[in-house]
Design a protein around this ligand. Structure first.
Ligand code: UDP
Ligand code: GLC
Length: 381
């Protein structure tokens, strides 16, 4: 089975990192078509996955765009749609991995008569998308032969928004747990580099974006013991530069300059997570899945996650991690303080976290599950 994957992004967000793992087993019979160039292309090439940049033109469908803007942008997309349809004729399936890829993929699927698979990485709820964008996404997605949702939460929101239940399967993101085992020497070395050798380090690993809630963690930090520190790992991937400025201002206003480090976008996530004493996930809107939560668990770290969306399918509060109410810095600071003081209980939860993450999110098991979905689809043809 030959697969033509489509993704709009040149930058490696969670959906793109997930796509690398999905495309890898098909690398001798697939192509990943991107709508922008960037470091995601490099990562695909490093993994020997064939990749082609299909356009350099910016596609102007924003999360909050209205119908007129949406339609106007469609007319500019005709050359790209034609190109995708032409390439698609050499493949058995078009696999759209993002929303703009869905728009292009749905039209190209119609023109090329190739079935469309849509990997739904988003929660199509009002807190994430405008009414128009939800309507466009659901309408096009309903034409797909198969939708793979990244969590039950994403599936439920899709159905709630008018999506067809009978075409949706759920597949969580998969991970290679071996990549998350880091040597003690390496951990000591990174701690020294950070200058936080004797501190309690809380790690936040996410692109800098208001809904990822880095500001909630900073506010909570001000209410936790003096020896707690925060590393913020990630950059504004999708143009949210104002938010970075706001975070720096917040840190200065609270006098936390010596307790917060901004590390920018990093590729050594398992290493950095392994130096942390705690991982915080603080999304203010429901997280569709939450790769960073699983990654923290695979590193054997206690994770505090915001109780909404996919996070509640990954973490069992008090068993293999902690769930806190989103947008509540006070509650977050209390749980952080509890982790600092109740070391044994926290360690036990972290051990459970690693065991459950290895058992539930193994990349090979999940890839087999996706492969079965795709073969079933091919059989139906
Ligand atoms: N990540 C990374 N470098 C960074 C920050 C994050 O590689 O500096 C990775 C992180 O390890 C995770 C992904 O980016 O695998 C983010 O995925 P997640 O599902 O947590 O959130 P998304 O950004 O996709 O909404
Ligand atoms: C999206 C979601 C994130 C999810 C990732 C991979 O980027 O925002 O929650 O983990 O896709 O499915």
């Amino acid at each position: 089975m030959k697969i033509f994957f489509l993704d709009q992004s040149g930058k490696p967000g969670g959906a793109e990192l997930c796509l690398i793992d999905i495309a890898k087993p098909y690398r001798d019979r697939c192509l990943v078509g991107l709508f922008a160039d960037g470091s995601f292309r490099d990562l695909l090439e490093q993994n020997q996955i064939p990749v082609q940049i299909l356009t350099n033109q910016e596609i102007q469908v924003r999360k909050e765009s209205n119908l007129t803007q949406g339609l106007a942008s469609l007319t500019q997309l005709a050359p790209l749609i034609t190109k995708v349809a032409t390439i698609a004729r050499e493949y058995d399936i078009i696999y759209a991995n993002t929303q703009k890829a869905l728009v292009i993929g749905a039209l190209a699927s119609f023109l090329s008569r190739r079935p469309l698979v849509y990997h739904l990485h988003d929660i199509l709820s009002p807190e994430h998308f405008s009414k128009t964008n939800r309507a466009i996404a659901v309408n096009l997605a309903n034409r797909a032969s198969l939708i793979i949702a990244n969590s039950q939460a994403s599936k439920a929101a899709f159905i709630e928004a008018g999506g067809k239940a009978n075409i949706v399967e759920v597949a969580y993101n998969g991970f290679d747990s071996n990549l998350y085992q880091i040597s003690a020497d390496k951990i000591t070395q990174i701690r020294q580099e950070l200058g936080f050798t004797d501190k309690f380090i809380i790690g936040h690993f996410s692109r800098l974006s208001p809904w990822k809630g880095q500001h909630i963690l900073i506010e909570a930090l001000a209410k936790t013991p003096e020896n707690t520190t925060v590393i913020l790992v990630g950059d504004a991937l999708f143009g949210e530069q104002d938010y970075i400025l706001k975070l720096h201002q917040q840190v200065a206003k609270l006098g936390l300059e010596n307790r917060v480090k901004f590390l920018g976008f990093r590729t050594d996530i398992p290493e950095l997570m392994s130096v942390c004493d705690l991982i915080a996930h603080t999304s203010t809107a429901a997280e569709p899945f939450g790769r960073v939560i699983v990654e923290g668990m695979l590193c054997g770290k206690p994770v505090i996650a915001a109780k909404a969306g996919g996070a509640t399918e990954i973490v069992e509060d008090g068993i293999n991690g902690f769930l806190v109410t989103p947008n509540q810095p006070q509650e977050l600071s209390e749980v952080i303080t509890q982790c600092v003081t109740e070391i044994d209980k926290t360690k036990m939860l972290a051990t459970n976290a690693r065991i459950s993450a290895i058992a539930r999110f193994d990349v090979e098991v999940i890839n087999r599950q996706i492969d079965e979905f795709l073969y079933r689809l091919a059989d139906k043809k």
